[in-house]
Design a binder for this molecule. Sequence first.
Ligand code: 5GP
Length: 120
Amino acid sequence: ATSPYDDQNIFAKILRGEIPCRRVYEDDFALAFHDINPQAPHHLLVIPKGAYVSWDDFSAKASDAEIAGFVRAVGIVARDAGFVAPGYRLLANTGLDAHQEVPHLHVHVFAGRPLGPMLA
Ligand code: 5GP
C-alpha cells in the first residue's frame, strides 16, 4: 500500500513554484531540473506534474496519457542534454528499502562519466 500524497513535499513545492529549481525542461506532463546534490557530472530529476507518491503509485493510477507523456519527457530530457551517445542511467527509488526520500515520483538521470556496474 502507498501512503497518501503529501502536498507539502519538496517537489510539490517546486511544481507550484514555491521554491526554486534549475529547470531544464517542462511540458504538460513533466518537469525536469538539476538535482541539488549531484551524484554524477550530470544529475537531473524528471517528475510528473500529477500528484503521485512513487513509481508504484504512478504506474497503477496515472492515465495512459500521463504515463506516455512522462516517459516521452524522460527521453526528451536525456536526448536534449546530449546523453544518448555517451549513455545515461535512469533510476527511480521506490519505498523504504530503496531509500526514496522525496514522496513525489522522480526519475534520476545520471550521465557524464562511466557509471560502472549497476548497483543492486
Ligand atoms: P531519492 O532518494 O528520493 O530517490 O532522491 C531524492 C533526490 O532529491 C536526492 O538526489 C536529492 O539530492 C534531491 N533533492 C532533495 N531536495 C531537493 C531540492 O530541494 N531541490 C533539488 N533540485 N533536488 C533536491
